[in-house]
Design a protein around this ligand. Sequence first.
Ligand code: AQP
Length: 331
Amino acid sequence: MSKPVLFSGIQPSGQLMIGNYIGAIKPWLAMQDDHDCLFCLVDLHAITVRQDPEQFRTQVLDALALYLACGLDADKSVLFLQSHVPQHCELAWILNCFAQIGQLNRMTQFKDKSQKHADNINAGLFTYPILMAADILLYQTQKVPVGHDQKQHLELARDLAIRFNHYHGNIFSIPEPNIPEHGARIMSLQDPSKKMSKSDDNENSVIRLLDMPDIIVKKLKRSVTDSENNIIYDPKNQPGVANLLTLLALASDQSIAECESQLAGKGYGALKTQTAEAIVAMLAPLQSSYQAIREDELALLSILQRGAEQASQRARHTLQKAQQALGMITL
Ligand code: AQP
């Protein structure tokens, strides 16, 4: 029996951070063996925000090397770059003609990013979720493991697939989100009311996958908690403490209740130290293998070449089905 198709991706819009790891990459690793996986670096999404060209090229290869250092395996999964498969843009145009402006207007990420980049509210930022729908639907994807912030975009992808199928027959699989129960929304260390983001301007708010242990300890020490000095998991009233408990639990493979009871009667200093130690230990294996992988740029490019060929073959098939369903003449 064929394995369920799984697609997911990360924007190479900065150095990857633990939210991307916990909310996306870690769940991907758990599914890599029993799913037909495609893991993409969505570089076309990343350019909705201005990128420095030289730095961007480096960031893309850094992110691919991190995928591999985390344990994604090019022999088991298709690893590729979105811009290497032009069918993503071609299907996005078709889906543009099925997406309703009203629905796009409700996308919270567009509102957040428009505020953050008020000098560059470009059309790509607005139509981003349509390109994301094309990314997913091109591969007849059944499962999309993502963090909580992508839930709304995924609902749009489902709606577009259902609408297209309604008018033109059964062309696309309807994808299901796969959102982890805990860790789907790791919060900023400096402002626990907003999610941790790799492109946050405040370096102290984010732990990057390649941060050295002393930096991780420093960032955790500076993290915002509160004045209650009470270590309980209460995201509504103590969001900073709840975020640290979530990180500690996930990094040390324990439940949040176990972490709470271990820390009962202790202060926030102990919570921060233990969380930092657990994160350092979680990241140590990938950090130790990263450098050698990153240095072999030829090997990285050849993985991208192979991934592009594998993905294109599948993408061409779905795009042609959609075009023919619309009555377009395909050659
Ligand atoms: N804070 C987070 N907690 C849990 N999961 C998260 N993800 C992102 N932030 C968190 C998940 O990581 C995957 C890749 O996200 P993305 O790079 O495509 O875009 P994003 O969601 O906008 O992530 P960033 O880091 O905030 O990027 P920038 O700063 O460039 O906008 C997704 O599955 C996402 O849910």
